[in-house]
Design a protein around this ligand. Structure first.
Ligand SMILES: [Zn+2]
Ligand SMILES: [Zn+2]
Length: 259
């Protein structure tokens, strides 16, 4: 019934207990999950998960927070994304939250890495999984400049304001909400979720982080994504089954999941 559109099952906290997590997903009716890459070094373990489990899928990309890792080229991303279980390019994007004494001008390496991912997504037609934190203006600008309206994708684990969400939707992007939507201090984010066109909304866990209430602070897994759906159901005044159906359809359409 549910799809977790963004998780990190290859991270050791989760991969060390994979059989229990897959069982918990089944019990919670979480039928599929997309395992997101954050480095090229990690990609083989992400792909292995997708290759050995029909309900798991993969992406390929290098997260903007990762420094000292191998830089991707467009050609390498295209070669790795050609695998039928690789649904998307990312996660990629910009993150100016931890500048560590640097200026935004110093982060050109992040913007260049982001451009490489956008070029790859344009070339292969697969969606882009975008991470943006404290950088929404530049994220949108780079997407406009490099994407030229020819790239679709999702702003994942969304925490920015409604103007940013609407600008992303206008660019043809989806918006994905994580367990943050259930946090006590996330009133502004709940207003964003209420205002967006429903056909553009996805749900995710971003596990192992950001477990939804009432599991906040505990280990997160894809089995908890129904708690994000329940919060959306409350905000939209819909049943959880309706939210599951809408987000499942949106995720399937964006990522080209078999029906
Ligand atoms: Zn992210
Ligand atoms: Zn992530």
């Amino acid at each position: 019934m549910f799809i977790d559109s963004h998780c990190h099952l290859s991270f050791p906290e989760l991969s060390s207990q994979l059989p229990a997590i897959l069982q918990a997903m089944q019990t919670a009716q979480v039928e599929q999950a997309i395992c997101i890459s954050t480095t090229l070094e990690e990609f083989p373990s992400v792909l292995a998960l997708a290759e050995s489990h029909p309900q798991l899928w993969a992406s390929v990309g290098v997260h903007p927070d990762n420094e000292g890792v191998r830089e991707p080229s467009v050609d390498e991303l295209l070669r790795l994304a050609a695998h039928p279980k690789v649904l998307a390019i990312g996660e990629t994007g910009l993150d100016y939250y931890r500048l560590n004494g640097r200026s935004i001008a110093d982060m050109e390496w992040q913007r260049e890495r982001f451009r490489v991912h956008i070029r790859a997504a344009r070339a292969c037609g697969k969606p882009l999984v975008v991470h943006t934190r404290s950088s929404s203006f530049d994220t949108l600008q780079v997407l406009k400049d490099e994407g030229q309206g020819a790239v679709k994708g999702v702003f994942h684990c969304f925490t920015e304001d409604l103007a940013t969400a609407q600008a992303a939707v206008d660019l043809g992007f989806h918006i994905s909400f994580s367990g943050i939507l259930t946090f006590k201090n996330a009133e502004g984010l709940r207003e964003v979720a209420k205002a967006l066109p429903r056909e553009r909304v996805l749900i995710e866990t971003d596990s192992p982080y950001l477990a939804p209430v009432p599991f906040r602070g505990k280990l997160n897994t894809p089995a908890l994504v129904p708690h994000v759906a329940a919060e959306l159901a409350r905000l939209w005044d819909e049943s959880i089954e309706t939210v599951a159906a809408i987000t499942r359809r949106n995720t399937g359409a964006l990522f080209g999941l078999p029906a």
